[in-house]
Design a protein around this ligand. Sequence first.
Ligand code: PLP
Length: 369
Amino acid sequence: MAAGSTSSEGTSHKKLFIPGPTEVRPEIRAKLSLAPIGHRAPEFSELFNSITSKLQRLLYTQNQIFLSTSSGTGLMEAGIRNCVEKKCLNATCGAFSERWHKIALDNGKQADTVSVEWGKANTPELIDEKLSSGEYDALCFTHNETSTGVTNPLYEVAEVVKKYPDVIFMVDAVSSMSGVKIEVDKLGIDLCLASVQKCLALPPGFSVCSVSQKALNRAEKVPHRGHYFDFLALLKKAAKGQTPTTPSIPHMYALDSQLDAIFAEGLENRFERHRRMADMVRSWASKSGFEMFSQEGYRSNTVSCMRNNKGINVAALNSELAKKNMLISNGYGILKEKAFRIAHMGELTPVDIEELLQNIDEILERTGT
Ligand code: PLP
């Protein structure tokens, strides 16, 4: 969709360069308006099984897939409730990784953090040191910290976690799934979750995850798993190609179709497209004199966070961009006006990024914001 396009409702649509929700193609939006089917009907199970086998392919896994009519945070809570019996370790490095810790405490779980400064990546060494205490039976890890534009070293951390067979490895891949390769089985990830409104480029309100047998075994031992997100209830229904409660069937039509489009693009091509767009934004930042907020070597391929070292008015820049029907993100929470973010995920292409960056250059030059 070209920037400046107008939606069927007649309102001017701003192209989303924010880290979710992201642009949704008209073909996908059309799927959302298909007539519902009964969620206990055979055609529903067909749809369910079609999606779950495609998600297994996307995640390089044989693990069980669950579909959740909730945003991604729901599945984070599910992970904590189902898989933490003793105490969990939450690796924090920004706003979303800190959410793991809040969820654990809000659910009355014993929990500690292993933290690095915002903008830095979690280190396998610190995680190893903490896990070696033997106190923990779960590690909650954020693959792509959307608030700071950091991609944490998933592959290295996975090697560390393999040394601790009692530890359930839970990975928030909300802003990386389908934009960055995640080989769930090779990495031994027990829970890999994502919302669909990021790289999967669907409207918000639905999320997906893979769950290992080890995580399901843990769930059997954990009392008070709750009701809506009880893994064992989800498992029982999934065996029949169903969900325990009425799911968002429109999302399922859209997801099934989007997964076909993802495989048609080719997974490696898709990852490469995200990498190229990230490179473009980083080169632009360097040329324009903006420092990256995220640590070198750990910069995200799906969202770039720039330090506002030039003291521009980010809100004013966004107001000017709005006139061009484009939207970027201010810094998250405490980083408001101290940083700004450009997402390059989902349906966006290098041409979109080029157009955005040219517009930002023109606005900054004209207004000196
Ligand atoms: N984790 C990360 C890394 C995120 O970026 C977000 C949302 O931006 C969330 C979790 C929460 O996802 P949701 O809003 O779908 O619950």
